[in-house]
Design a protein around this ligand. Sequence first.
Ligand code: ADP
Ligand code: MG
Ligand code: MG
Length: 972
Amino acid sequence: MARTGLVLWFEEADWKDKKLLGGKGASLAQMTQIGLPVPPGFIITTEACRKFYSSRKAEMDELERQLKGNPPPAVRDEIIKRIWALIDQCDLPAGLMEDVREHMQELERRTGKRFGSAEGIPLLVSVRSGAALSMPGMMDTVLNLGLNDNSVQALAKATNNEWFAYDAYRRFIQMFARIVLALDEKPFNEAFDRKSEQFAREAETTYKDELEAIRKLYPEYTPRLDAQPPKDIAPRLWARSLELIKELVGEYKDLVRKMWGEFPQDPYVQLELAIRAVFRSWMNPRAIFYRIANNITPDMADCTAVNVVTMVFGNMGWDSGTGVYFTRDQSTGEDRPYGEFLPNAQGEDVVAGIRTPLGLDELKKRMPEVYNQLIEAGKKLEQVNKDVMDIEFTVERGKLYFLQNRPAKMTPLARVRSAVEMVKEGLLTKEEALLKVDPEQVRRLLYPTIDPKVKATPIAKGLPASPGAASGQVVFNPDDAVEWAKQGKKVILVRVETKPDDVHGFYAAQGVLTSRGGMTSHAAIVARAIGKPAVVGAEAIKIDYESKTFTVNGVTVKEGDWITIDGNSGSVYLGELPTVTPELGGWLDELLRWADEERRLGVRANADVPEDAMMAKKFGAEGIGLLRIERMFRKPERLEALRRVILSADDKEREAHMKELADMIKPDFKEMLDIMDGKPVVIRLIDPPLHEFLPSSEELLAQIYDLREQRERAQASGDAAKVKELDQKIAELQDLYNRVKVLQEANPMMGHRGVRVGVTYPVIYYYLTRAMAEAAAELIKEGKHPVLEIMVPQVSDVNEIRFVKNNAILPALSDVEKEYGVKLNVKIGTMIETVRAALTASEIAKEVDFFSFGTNDLTQATFSFSRDDVENKFMNQYLEKGILANDPFDTVDVKGVGRLVEIATKEGKEANPKLEVGVCGEHGGDPASINFFHGAGVDYVSASPFRVPVARLAAAQAAIKEKLGIKGAVGE
Ligand code: ADP
Ligand code: MG
Ligand code: MG
């Protein structure tokens, strides 16, 4: 045999090599090799596809790179045209078709069937694409390849069912035309609909007696041309439907001739065209954009394999059928078989959601043997793959076949629950379970639901396909969804059903609503995969794309109207309903407890107010890593007091006002320390530029002008008392204006702020420290255990720390200790958020008990980026043009900022072995950053309360990956 090595039997391929075989091919090889009944077949590897493109690879890579830059539509279309032109120059690797031909001949021998012949039992195959990652946009599967005018007769003879044979043939021609020849499907559908309607009409009239007889036995039967009537009960109806299908085959062939050329009768020509079409579909713009949108790099998936699989028929009668089976419930994770079964149907009927399928319990009733075999195989596949599996199967005349398996896409809840339960069943270790759950999925578990207190009546009900509640304005078109989202609008994408072409609309929308399809429809699968709330199959909704409206029970909803969908219950509501966020559930709690056992990093929360602190505690925070006191100044009387402090003419006046302010905020400190009793609370001394607390000079000027006008009027009317009163006010405002002007700075974020305020006005830091210390002292006297840690922001030189410690913090602490007669044990630390602080960490470390990296400011300082300006003006371009791989404000910049973190941590700890090091920037809640901080020797991260569970899991994964020697970012 002239084997190229590019074509492998299911029996011989190494199923662990997904990159070579693609996911589908690997699964077929695996099932074959563990002894499950798989129809015989072979895999043309991704290597063959790479060879197909090899001569044009450099040019294509360059064009793909240009597409990544998100060019304007006209340029984009031009690039796509050039890609297609290049694809047309690609050719199948030498010897491939000979190799395939030999495999087909061997397949004929193995199955005893014949490919494309009028004699014997015909061999028909499916041609299925499949890359290492499943990828919408690539070529769909072609079923029944090998049918032609001859083999259709052989099929009729072999199955003793002419209806079945011609039905398969007309399906094949249509599929081949659409998928392989890329012809417009519409005329085919129209031809089918005309015939099917004619059939239904005749069935209800001419063949009414037979129709009623069928319905007695099979209540779900509806007269359609794609469902075979039982011949024994309804022979005339059966014969009539066959006639109509034969006519349809003729019409289809005419259509192909008109649109492309003579329909190929040679099965090897069909096969070669199909293989080429699969290879070409790898560079289909839809597939390219999917890879770009999902950051799929060649090391994750590089080209597609082609699977050639002997056909088995789920549409050979009512003892046949096709279905999908999830080894566990993919919405709740419950360990019970879940799936759908469509009797007397071929695979694509289920996938496309064309007919409403039955539950697996119905399969159990009708075919108990098959059901048991299925469940047993599911358990076996769970064991081999250590995951919940999604399995495609077909039953041909009572015999079960497996056609694909893959790890099931699950809701976050199901992911967590099944991982925990699989540990208890001994299927997974705790480490494996912890690695299975994407930390971001945990956050989605905390997703909102509609506030149960709200009494709203749904306008429609569908299937709860993907959890979470979302509100938005209705749009009907995925492109509109993208457009509206760009304008900052929240939208819900409403479609009859969705296709791979629509996926960009999913990303742009808050949620998705469809009127057709089941839990395994395209919309449901994609929404779950990307974590968007979705309600599918809300059949009462009648959508009119033309007028951009939908109607349901007499209500008409127009494009732009607000609706709310609840992916937890399947309900659809008019308007925007309030939502609430749930508590941690039992399984998540358990998983996170395991995470706590594994992780080395501590997890604290950034919390400024009691609600956040309580939330943080509930989510498992081990303390507060950053309490910003600025929020405490928002109340009017406090803001007034602070303004008086800032505007004080001398130290004596300032001290008096500061004392007053300290007394006002002390109860807040006490409340926070009390909530976190026994756990550390890091309180940061005042940080923002002082002028932020003052009225703006423009505002004051406007007020002064206004008062002056009032004064003119008062004077004109001779109201001397009023004039005097106004003069007084004007003078005060004028004075305020002058002082505000004096305090104005050219670049406040780099001006008089942070520790610099403590150095210029130690009395401010003294009284703030006093307020915290008194709060702690009072709690101690009440028998509580406050753990206060005071943090100094914006330090760049060790002398700043020394100065504020000696002139404000330490005196305040010792004064309070004396007055209250308690020992406080307060830690003093500094933020590391200036480059100089990071570089002089060894000096600073000797003066403090802890460091906390303020990675937001440190990132700004390291890049010389002003965050707001950067994000509004050019970050998108930096990302699109590939100048930066990530937004450094989302994921820590390892090379620059990360290096500073490593240096400061290492040198700080060397200088002061007791030094504790935390991170309190937003990066403390980002899984990839957490992975880095773990490796950098940081002691704890501090994240916003909702990110605390995410951080607990991510920290555990970092520890496990280190232990197991797994590299790469967390969550990959
Ligand atoms: P997808 O990537 O969309 O899952 P598949 O290649 O799995 O595409 O095929 C689509 C449908 O066709 C599935 O329901 C599958 O089970 C069915 N199918 C594929 N190959 C065969 C075959 N040889 N015999 C019967 N059904 C098949
Ligand atoms: Mg499939
Ligand atoms: Mg800061």
